[in-house]
Design a protein around this ligand. Structure first.
Ligand SMILES: Nc1ncnc2c1ncn2[C@@H]1O[C@H](COP(=O)(O)OP(=O)(O)OP(=O)(O)O)[C@@H](O)[C@H]1O
Ligand SMILES: [Mg+2]
Length: 340
């Protein structure tokens, strides 16, 4: 068991770890809860339960912001917690790691993902990195080495990656700060404006998951939630309509689709022809939204390919790359550099 292989996708909202040896993977919220600035009282999904509910002396934080590690110590603690969990309580040494890293970011920020594992108690034997969009492409089952152009849009929590890929390399990649959390913010703002009620981001996310529908004729439904009346500050049980939620999300989503269209326009014509033929691969947790594929297709004029379980596209690709040496050339180790 000294040659165990692990895949890692460290997202803004979720962290996913796979173990090739056991063929398992775990996904938890990328969150940690700390009491009185010193005592960790919860990791992952358990810590997320406390989000927006905890008393003032409990800080619930997300150590990754905009897909970049902003709090390395906390990130390390979550990683160690998850690593122990997948190894049934043990820190298995000498593991070989493959980590997906965002493309459109600085070398220092990329290197932080490597250092996160290198400086942890995991005592890794090897640590490789793979560009997130390359992993996504493999996760979609795209023949990555072919000279055909492929277009991948991964809509996560804080960021969306818009990527054109060909011959195993990234031709265009834009990391855009419009994704799931922006949709949640739009719902908070819409409830405030039209109902004069305040709701938290967690409630907004639940409304989005249950009610948001990007179809041309969305289904009409309602959801009961607790909100605070702005005028009195008192809590009330209230019903929110799918129309209100879908309209808010659609307005936040359309500027993102404009950026997708812009990227398509800037794609070299030879590759565009392939993309028109192959379609747009829509990935990331937000791609699970009802009828989002149809809206993207209508707005861009290009058909959309949606795979099952789009939130796990990156970790699926990372795990496939780990398990097959034919993909070894897609991995790399960051070069030693001096950073000032
Ligand atoms: N059924 C659904 N409908 C709409 N949105 C959803 C649904 N399921 C999950 N999401 C959203 O997907 C987002 C999480 O996606 P994902 O797990 O891809 O993000 P991440 O990898 O943690 O973040 P990032 O890649 O941006 O760093 C959240 O904003 C969540 O609300
Ligand atoms: Mg992600």
């Amino acid at each position: 068991m000294s040659e165990e292989k692990y895949g890692l996708d460290i997202g803004t909202w979720n962290i996913r770890l796979s173990s090739l040896g056991t063929g398992t993977y775990i996904s938890e919220k990328n969150v940690i809860a700390v009491k009185d600035k010193k005592y960790v009282i919860g990791y992952g999904d358990e810590a997320f339960e406390m989000y927006e509910r905890a008393p003032e002396n409990v800080e619930v934080s997300f150590p990754v912001q905009d897909s970049v590690i902003s709090q390395i110590d906390k990130m390390q603690m979550i990683l160690e917690y998850l690593y122990k969990k997948i190894n049934r309580g043990k820190i298995v040494k000498n593991g070989n790691f493959l980590i997906s890293v965002p493309t459109d970011t600085t070398e220092v920020e990329k290197r932080a993902f490597h250092e996160l594992v290198a400086n942890s108690r995991l005592k890794a034997r090897s640590i490789y990195m793979v560009e997130k969009s390359v992993a996504d492409a493999v996760g979609c089952g795209i023949d990555i080495k072919s000279p055909k152009g492929n277009f991948i849009v991964n809509i996560g929590a804080d960021t969306t990656d818009i990527t054109v890929i060909s011959l195993g390399s990234i031709v265009i990649n834009h990391k855009v700060k419009i994704a799931g959390r922006k949709f949640d913010e739009a719902i908070v703002a819409a409830v405030k404006q039209s109902e004069q009620k305040l709701i938290g981001m967690k409630t907004a996310e639940q409304l989005k998951i249950h009610l948001a529908d990007m179809g041309e004729v969305p289904e009409s439904s309602q959801m009961q939630i607790f909100a605070r009346v702005m005028a009195t500050g008192l809590p009330v049980r209230t019903s929110i309509s799918s129309e209100l939620v879908s309209r808010a999300v659609r307005e936040a989503l359309l500027p993102l689709i404009d950026l997708v269209r812009n990227t398509l326009e800037k794609t070299p014509p030879e590759l565009s022809a392939d993309i028109i033929e192959n379609g747009i691969y829509l990935q990331g947790g937000s791609a699970a939204m009802s009828n989002i594929g149809g809206l993207v297709a209508r707005e861009t004029g290009i058909r959309v390919k949606l795979l099952k379980d789009p939130g796990n596209s990156t970790i699926r690709g990372v795990t496939t790359i780990l398990g097959n040496s034919k993909f070894n050339s897609l991995r790399y180790i960051p070069q030693e550099k001096e950073y000032n």
